[in-house]
Design a protein around this ligand. Structure first.
Ligand code: PLP
Length: 375
């Protein structure tokens, strides 16, 4: 398989797996237990938290281990709403469903929400955020980089706007952790998820600035300083910390390598396949290429590519048997058909130049096949 879906998930790095295995095998104690097995697990958790905090450049007490990006998004939106009881939320229209759906839940509970549209390049401008802010705004969410287009957002400026007005700013850094420096100093909370940087799925961390006005999402035991109940998955936390450390150490090397592969691929596609257009402009993550193919249906293309051994994704959502086009691309102003013709290719550290060449040849054949069938 040629795996070009690294924004969806990445394979677990061997070193990361080795960092996790002791806590699944011999050191399996519950980190809340008082006996020596429990204390060993608690020690490992402490190490994972310290390492994560050092990399994020925050205090260990500001790191909360979670089940991933989705839990963090729910916690941020719902936790701030619970802390305030009422108010207005500013949420970018290109957020991951973890945030969008949570905001819609809060709308049903009586909060008002303004969804901020991006410009044609897929950027949420600080001006657009500023226009949406009201005197009663309590929360703002604009992600660090979009998962479908890879477009990097002006989060420092947006964080500054929020700070001046005392608005809680949540930054979803799920696509950028281990790739870019994170805007810890500019936000009240941010999320990372290990499976996006060669760690295990179901393992995330949330940075919450000390003293930020947010309530817990998961009630239960006193784990995570009584802010997130539930037995901590020590192996997952150890894996997250190890994966983050390795990703950050190799970010420049991997970023350059991945961008070079992506750029060669995009150039081949744009020059070699008629009616192919890249979606999203400006500064982008090294991994992402979101491309629309005139006269093609992205879902059909995905299935044909899969049959030929190339794994990609579309931003479309399938619900009740109908395919709805990507909310990100339509928010950027793409027509329904252009959005439905889009495919996301995301490159990773294990991809090679020969895979890029092969994937391009297969893609060209698949696009032609679909277009010929339509004639
Ligand atoms: N936020 C973004 C930007 C994502 O890309 C994803 C996953 O695709 C998530 C949140 C959800 O993260 P998780 O899969 O860890 O729940």
């Amino acid at each position: 398989m040629i795996y070009l879906d690294n924004a969806a998930t990445t394979p677990t790095d061997g070193d990361v797996l080795n960092a996790m295995l002791p806590y699944l095998r011999e050191n399996y104690g519950n980190s809340s237990s008082q006996h020596s097995a429990g204390r060993k697990a608690a020690g490992a958790l402490l190490c994972a938290r310290d390492k994560t905090a050092r990399i994020l450049e925050c205090r260990p007490e500001e790191v909360y281990f979670t089940s991933g990006g989705t839990e963090c998004g729910n916690w941020a939106v719902k936790g701030v709403c619970a802390a305030h009881g009422k108010g207005h939320l500013v949420v970018s229209a290109i957020e991951h469903p973890a945030v969008l759906e949570s905001a819609k839940d809060m709308q049903k509970a009586g909060f008002e929400v303004t969804f901020v549209l991006p410009d044609g390049n897929g950027v949420i401008t600080p001006q657009a955020v500023e226009r949406a802010i009201r005197p009663d705004t309590v929360f703002c969410a604009v992600m660090h980089a979009n998962n479908e287009t890879g477009v990097i957002q002006p989060v420092e400026e947006i964080g500054g706007l929020c700070r001046e007005r005392g608005i809680f700013y949540y930054c979803d850094c799920v696509q950028t952790a281990g790739v870019l420096p994170l805007p810890v100093k500019h936000c009240d909370a941010l999320a990372i998820s290990a499976h996006k940087f060669y760690g295990p799925a179901g393992s995330g961390a949330m940075y919450i600035k000390e003293g930020a006005n947010i309530q817990r999402l998961i009630s239960g035991g006193r784990q995570e300083r009584a802010q997130r109940g539930g037995t901590v998955n020590v192996a997952a936390a150890a894996g997250l910390a190890a994966a983050l450390e390795k990703a950050v150490q190799n970010a420049q090397f991997n970023g350059e390598k991945i961008a070079a592969l992506r750029d060669v691929f995009v150039e081949k596609v744009i020059n070699g396949i008629d009616g192919a257009r890249v979606n999203g402009g400006g500064a982008k993550l090294p991994s992402h290429a979101n491309i629309s193919f005139d006269g093609c249906d992205g879902e059909n293309l995905l299935f044909l590519l899969d049959l030929e051994g190339v794994a990609v994704s579309t931003g479309s959502a399938c619900s009740a048997g109908a395919v709805t086009p990507s909310h990100v691309l339509t928010a950027m102003g793409l027509s329904e058909s252009a959005a439905k013709s889009a495919v996301r290719f995301t490159f990773g550290k294990y991809n090679t130049g020969s895979e890029v060449e092969k994937a391009y040849q297969i893609l060209k054949t698949c696009v032609n096949k679909i277009r010929n069938l339509k004639k």
